[in-house]
Design a protein around this ligand. Sequence first.
Ligand code: NAD
Length: 478
Amino acid sequence: MQQVRNNYIDGAWRPAEHCSESYNPSDTSELIGRYAIAGTADVRDAVEAARKAFADWKETSPQQRFDILDRAADKIAGRTQDLATLLSREEGKTLPEAAAEVTKAAHTFKYFAGEAVRLAGSSLRSVRKAVDVDVRREAVGVVGLITPWNFPFSIPAWKSAPALAYGNCVILKPSELTNAIAWELASILHDAGIPRGVFQMLMGGGDVGAALVSNRDVDAVSFTGSGAVGAMIAAQVVGRGAKLQLELGGKNPLVVADDADLDKAVDAAVRGAFYSTGQRCTASSRIIVDATVHDGFVERLVERTARLRVGHALDSASDIGPLVSAAQLQRVSRYAEAAPSDGARHAFGGRVLAAPANGYYFEPAIFLDGTMHQNINREEVFGPIVSVFKASDFEDAVRLANATEFGLSAGIFTSSHAKARAFIRASNSGMVMVNLPTVGSDYHVPFGGRGASAYGPKEMGLGAIEFFTQTKTAYIAD
Ligand code: NAD
């Protein structure tokens, strides 16, 4: 019997009345672990501990915060292989993808260790004589971080690292599907010397998240997940005047212009749409191809997709692992089944696969004749299904790219500098990629979307300073 992993509250591992189990989506006969589920009292105690710790933590020296975050980064980097293996076993992404995620988390902690020292305000002259003005940046207070399962290590890292660097106290509520890897993050921060109450981690489902965001002592909430849950959280948090940051879904377009390098465009489409089993908020789900190159592009896309190997996440021969859960497999296959009745022409894939083991395997799918009336193009599928649109010219391609309420990431393949610049200017997305897949981002620049894809300041880079600090303007005279 595996030992139960407990919640982390006020510097200690606390058992709970109830626990849950998780199984490997590549092979559901393998138990990953058993986890304590936080109760209402745990949520209350975690918030109280954070509130109590905040008074000291916001006054710690930048050097002390640097040291803790830097140590956490080293511990993560030193355990890349074992953390990546656990992540693969729990979430189902392939080992190279999991290792890249762990490395990004280590880099994020390193970067924000430095940011703790670099945090700057500004000093100005007042419009009045002999008065100076200081605009300072201070911590916000107690922050609740609610995260999804698809980047179960890097998203908790990229929310926690800046929150702690700027002097906030944290309560992390990870996805109930990925407790194992979140537990490791809490354990690493504990070992790195995080003071009591400064960081807590509560496991459980939506009810634990709901209890956290409705607690009036939580000053700010940063959420990454679905639009439906984001809307429920917004109703709670905005009403009571707390700060809110939402990173939600996408319906990301990749435009292939008439002058694109087709081999590179196909490679980016396959990576963006199907790798990580399509379970990325920035995944390319709508490929918009100029009519003059459409048929050649589709031929290569189908040929390349047919060569992808779907398999066990830990098998080095696998390009794509399973979907994360039975519910996700059911949801994605329903979209594939319904697409033809919506006018989408089936070109490849879309079957539930029985091999290589008892897991949630799904064959990547390509549909043609895309229109914005089809459900697979209006709603976020969050799986390896792509829809190809035929654009009559460049203007039509830009129009189609923007014809969605979402606005997370958008890409274009073109050899024309003018088209690339025009696309960057016209795009309604928060991130634009030129001759690159729609997925993939750096940790030192803002990450996030527009429209239905986001709310509040962006994450990472300058966005993180905006969200995890508040300004105070001091007027000073002799
Ligand atoms: P989800 O919305 O179902 O769950 C996200 C988190 O919210 C989980 O921890 C869950 O337990 C919690 N939760 C559920 N109900 C809650 C409630 N009522 N109150 C508070 N918390 C609650 O999302 P998911 O299925 O875990 O993740 C997939 C979604 O995340 C997709 O829509 C994807 O696009 C999005 N995502 C967005 C980004 C981004 O940066 N824009 C990145 C990754 C994933």
